[in-house]
Design a protein around this ligand. Sequence first.
Ligand SMILES: [Fe+2]
Ligand SMILES: [Fe+2]
Length: 283
Amino acid sequence: MPTHHSDLYHSGPYELGCGTDLVLGHDELSRRLEREQREKADAQIHLQRLSAEVQQLRAQRDEALRALELSNQNAMFQLAKAAEEKDGEAGQHMRRIGVIAGMIAEAIGCSEHFCELICDAAQLHDIGKIGIHESILSKPGALTIDEWKLVREHSRIGAGILSAFRSPVMDLAAEISMSHHEHYCGAGYPLGLAGEAIPLAGRIVGLADFFDSLTMDRCYRKAMSDEQALAMIAERRGEQFDPRLVDAFLRIADQVILARDSINEIEAICDLPDIHGDWWMAF
Ligand SMILES: [Fe+2]
Ligand SMILES: [Fe+2]
């Protein structure tokens, strides 16, 4: 039988034989429980502090990643703009393609998130032209077969540039760059994909690009009228273009033309800053 408190501590209350020792044992037990509860509470406070620190670090990391993502995105927009200038344009084509692609996506019921994403990503569709020599891009006459082969490479070049970055906009932009010249019937390039095998964003941008390219002056031909361009799109329903997209596009053609004209007017008045976001929703 223990005779000293230290013995009590080691033997524990359940080994005690008399009433006094039992009381002492319970005191010691409650002290031990209190101490354990205190330690537990301290540990919980420590854990809460640690988790707050981790959360703060995560928020800082996310902010830094977002800043990096935006900076990469801005660099890519500048590069796409430079590519467009090489091709005889001054930024308007890429802006218009972004808006028109967003409108088509909205017309077929895509989510608001996807519409915003494609509006940004579509603007980078021809970034690969940065890798094609100006003398070919701005050649007034017909291209030779070899020159044409080089121009067609802009899809792959663009996808290669864009896939070096990881973000929702860049991923979609790489997909669009690779697929915006595929045809619904399989006669496009670079892979000759057909139907639904062509990513939806590529099908949308292919249509937006066709309409916008036809209705603007190029070094090798004058702009067509909107009516002519719309008739050509209707003719290519189910051939070059996804029939569902053609139907949606023809349904919203008036709004598309209005939005395009508004962009051109604004561009004519002032140089728009490089805003990539919801600005197109204004149209
Ligand atoms: Fe292109
Ligand atoms: Fe284009």
